[in-house]
Design a protein around this ligand. Sequence first.
Ligand code: ADP
Ligand code: MG
Length: 238
Amino acid sequence: MTSVSVRDLTLKFGALEVLKSLSIDIDEGEFLVLLGPSGCGKSTLLNCIAGLLDVSDGQIIISGRNVTWEEPSNRGIGMVFQSYALYPQMTVEGNLGFGLKNARMPKDEIVSRITRAAEVLQIEPLLKRKPAQLSGGQRQRVAIGRALVRDVEVFLFDEPLSNLDAKLRAELRVEIKRLHQKLQNTMIYVTHDQIEALTLADRIAVMRAGTIQQLGNPHEIYNRPVNLYVAGFMGSPG
Ligand code: ADP
Ligand code: MG
């Protein structure tokens, strides 16, 4: 089953065409990485899927539903950004529950969802702390937790690890992989880091200037690049 289908998506900022009639089908449960250099349109594509940007042309279908003009909150997606975007005045628990409270979810349901997310992400001891009392890696876990408690079908990640040092990045990479194996939901993950893409992805979409140059599993992308651009960007052998 297709989870997210992007069809002939075009996005313009004024005269600048940032996405050029781009299409991709992402399977249910797939870990799809959008990989490419800075400025190629990765965040723009993710923001269109999330509903944070209005498309110029084309369609976005999520779980069979045309959501091109739906509000972000009605799309069944959860987004994790590069900057942690936590509320500094609230505890971790408060941050995790905020969206659910706004959606008027019953209190016991909120508590049980927070408990489960905290367990999955191993942040139970941090629930009463404020963001300022957390390390970068812990904050990023809380940010992931906020998507997790919403029980969404599709997770969108925009370079979630790029503000962290190399050691933490490697650690969280393993955790995100583990999380995906546990939840088995669809994940769309933006990065400019080839290693991150190769270790995390079921399939990688290599982007260049608003287009997808190649879509394939890590082995194919690395060993059988379709053109010099992909080969150069991946540092492929031969
Ligand atoms: P990436 O995430 O791959 O680094 P982006 O999607 O952020 O790339 O940006 C793609 C292109 O669109 C870049 O040339 C960027 O300068 C441009 N861009 C991004 N956001 C805006 C905006 N709000 N207004 C005008 N141009 C933008
Ligand atoms: Mg970006």
